[in-house]
Design a binder for this molecule. Structure first.
Ligand code: MG
Length: 373
């Protein structure tokens, strides 16, 4: 890693790992974090967890795994341009959804409702729980023992109540400080990735039509350019040519605006990044276009009746599973039972959150359908 900005996170200034380890050879500390994330069980499960569409609805839609890879790609490009720590952005990006429940946001909301009187369920906090405690592969510690800066980036949001219980990684929420620029970039790369791939998946599924999405300025502008450049191409290619231009616009705007903010606040150190207002941002004009796109997706895709049906089904499956395990924790797989004796609701939430879409459906069938064993 060379040519880093003075305010980038480096291994030298890193606050390190919770359990002391010998420095890695042949790779950096943050590359080691990335490698551990990729080799984790939770990472492999992302392949079968939903973004918007349930995993079995089609093979071409994004899953949380391909989403996380897109976030990492976008995040790295931005980080490279801003002379930030690419490896850290990559590690945060790949880990950011590790704690996601099955069935996307519907699943998260359902589990949060179930956990309401038991401390709640936040997927960011669960991602941190996965890398801090739940992965069980290492001899010397629970979790992956990641660097502070990676953990801080994973914990994008957090309630003040929870922040008080998290030690150093919760401090910034209590002190009203910002995370590193690398974390800020990973967060916005997430947003760029999902808005754009949801447009693509929405169109591919037929839930959204080209005519409908053409009312969104960001899409319409780039569609016009793509059409002008390639008047005779198929609709499939036209959509891709439009979306790649949208991503390019958002990425370059984010880079320029962030550079401007860094200069305006005369940022010279990581400490100044933490105490300044958020520095990674879109320009006002692009922010507005992006908000318009998000509003469109909310109305036309996330609230489409077919997506709503899937969400309702997800709520029912998660609600049923939660109830059945709470009533009799002996139904949990054996390795969840020691924890169930200490905190039953949390053990049940951990088990359910770790499920893939299809595993949750199967487990529901195993517990509720009389013809199954
Ligand atoms: Mg995400």
């Amino acid at each position: 890693m060379h040519n880093l900005a003075p305010y980038a996170v480096t291994e030298v200034t890193s606050r390190g790992r919770q359990h002391h380890e010998v420095r890695p050879t042949g790779r950096s500390e943050f590359q080691r974090d990335r490698d551990r994330i990729i080799h984790s069980t939770a990472f492999r499960r992302l392949e079968y967890k939903t973004q918007v569409f349930v995993n079995h609805e089609g093979d071409l839609f994004r899953t949380r795994l391909t989403h996380s890879l897109e976030v990492a790609q976008i995040g790295r490009s931005i980080a490279r341009n801003l002379h930030l720590n690419e490896d850290l952005v990559e590690a945060i990006s790949l880990a950011h959804d590790l704690g996601h429940t099955p069935f996307g946001h519907a699943g998260q909301d359902a589990l949060n409702t179930c956990m309401k009187t038991h401390g709640g369920f936040e997927h960011n906090l669960q991602s941190l729980r996965v890398v801090d405690q739940l992965e069980d592969h290492y001899g010397a510690f629970d979790g992956l023992n990641l660097c502070f800066e990676t953990r801080e980036g994973i914990l994008k949001h957090c309630s003040l109540k929870n922040a008080r219980t998290l030690g150093e990684v919760g401090e910034r929420f209590l002190n009203n400080q910002r995370p590193s620029l690398e974390a800020q970039i990973a967060n916005l790369a997430d947003e760029i990735a999902y808005n754009n791939h949801d447009v693509d998946d929405g169109l591919r599924s037929g839930l959204v039509t080209l005519e409908q999405i053409s009312t969104v300025r960001l899409f319409a502008q780039h569609l016009a350019v793509a059409r002008q450049t390639y008047p005779a191409i198929s609709e499939r290619r036209l959509i891709h040519e439009t979306i790649r231009r949208m991503i390019h616009t958002l990425v370059t705007d984010l880079i320029h605006e962030t550079e401007k903010n860094i200069a305006a606040h005369a940022i010279q150190s990581l400490h100044e990044v933490r105490t300044a207002p958020p520095l990674a941002a879109f320009s006002a004009a692009v922010h507005e276009l992006n908000q318009e796109l998000k509003a469109f997706l909310r109305t036309h895709l996330y609230r489409h009746f077919r997506v709503m049906r899937m969400s309702a089904k997800a709520r029912r499956i998660i609600g049923d599973l939660f109830q059945v395990f709470m009533e009799d924790s002996r139904l949990l797989p054996p390795h969840f039972q020691p924890q169930a004796e200490i905190d039953c609701p949390r053990a049940v939430a951990d088990y359910i959150a770790g499920m893939t879409d299809r595993y949750a459906i199967k487990e529901h069938r195993r517990l509720f359908a009389v013809e199954e064993e």
